[in-house]
Design a binder for this molecule. Structure first.
Ligand SMILES: Nc1ncnc2c1ncn2[C@@H]1O[C@H](COP(=O)(O)OP(=O)(O)OP(=O)(O)O)[C@@H](O)[C@H]1O
Length: 315
């Protein structure tokens, strides 16, 4: 009822020589932070550019804030862009302007510009109004870009590697800001904002994402609630003998899904680490990180058990 779909992409496809973004589906609803992960060259930036209408699509369709991307009147597109805050991994602000002048420029560009909020963020990020953009460190430049993205009061933030280059303390500060942003409620008490963010720093997503979407070679590999990964799943650290036992016993309760061999043993993805530990108390089973989950999903092989488990959030 209260929820609104701010991004709705169906089968978006983009063909480059040697790479195809292949029929990617993705949705982002109000109140959600959706993390977007994948290896270098997986197609994350291409997806984001497609959502922003910066590149044309070869197939599929997308709406952002209800507006069809690439198939609407220029005025509608402009209105939509006002409500979307975008930060890329490189600073795209005019290099010769000072931080203060950037604020003035944004005030002209956006009707919704909140100058007080911008000033507060400059203070919070310790950004000097007199410094020129080109003299900012990479991290400071990213903070300025974020301050600009937030101060025009968007409903949707689309961030492409926006926390790259920030030191751990600054990252936590930014994560707090992002949490505050999605917590904003409308007059009916329902959340009104959402975030779609790509990141290689999956520990950031561990901290704030509601869902994680992973692509590889242009295709969606999984979309999963973060709590399902971090609270329920696990990684069993098996010796060869343990692994053999799991295979031979058909993994009671259909708990084990995929495995990866290492020099020192075999990691097995487990859909319910508590049930697994009850069933196999002698096999150590750790909480799984998003990184480990991604590695097992991308590089792991399915368990060759009698009943191969597909439960556990893999869609
Ligand atoms: N304009 C373009 N012309 C041709 N190929 C392109 C173009 N833009 C991107 N590609 C190719 O598309 C693929 C996906 O690139 P993309 O930048 O979307 O990956 P990514 O997941 O964002 O990677 P990273 O994590 O390294 O930023 C790459 O193989 C890249 O070379």
């Amino acid at each position: 009822m209260g929820m609104e779909r701010l991004i709705d992409a169906r089968g978006i496809t983009k063909r480059y020589d040697g790479f195809t973004l292949d029929a990617v589906d993705l949705t982002v609803d109000t109140g959600q932070i959706v993390g977007f992960i994948g290896q270098n060259g997986a197609g994350k930036s291409t997806t984001i550019k497609a959502l922003l209408g910066l590149i044309g699509l070869d197939g599929g369709q997308a709406t952002v804030l209800g507006v069809p991307v690439g198939a609407c009147a220029p005025s509608e597109a402009a209105q939509m862009r006002e409500q979307v805050g975008v930060v890329f991994d490189t600073v795209s602000l005019p290099p010769h302007l000072t931080v203060g002048e950037v604020g003035n420029l944004m005030a002209c560009a956006y009707r919704t510009w909140d100058a007080d909020m911008f000033e507060r963020m400059l203070g919070r990020f310790r950004l000097d109004r007199a410094k020129t953009v080109k003299d900012l460190s990479r991290g400071m430049g990213m903070k300025l870009s974020l301050a600009c993205a937030l101060a025009h009061q968007p409903r949707l933030l689309i961030l492409d590697e926006a926390t790259a280059g920030l030191d751990p303390m600054a990252r936590d500060e930014v994560l707090d800001l992002l949490r505050d942003f999605v917590a904003v409620e409308g007059s009916n008490g329902e959340p009104v904002n959402a975030i779609f963010m790509s990141s290689h720093i999956t520990s950031d997503l561990d901290k704030i994402a509601d869902e994680v979407l992973c692509i590889d070679e242009g295709r969606v590999v999984f979309r999963c609630a973060k709590d399902e990964i971090c609270d329920m799943m696990g990684v069993a650290r098996c010796r060869a003998v343990d692994f053999e036992r799991l295979q031979n016993e058909g993994v009671s309760g259909q708990l084990a899904e995929r495995y990866v061999r290492h020099e020192y043993g075999i990691d097995v993805l487990v859909s319910d680490r508590f049930a697994f530990t009850r069933a196999f108390p002698e096999i150590p089973c750790d909480r799984i990180t998003i990184d480990d989950y991604m590695a097992l999903m991308l590089k792991g092989a399915p368990m060759q058990t009698s009943i191969n488990n597909v439960k556990g959030g893999v869609r």
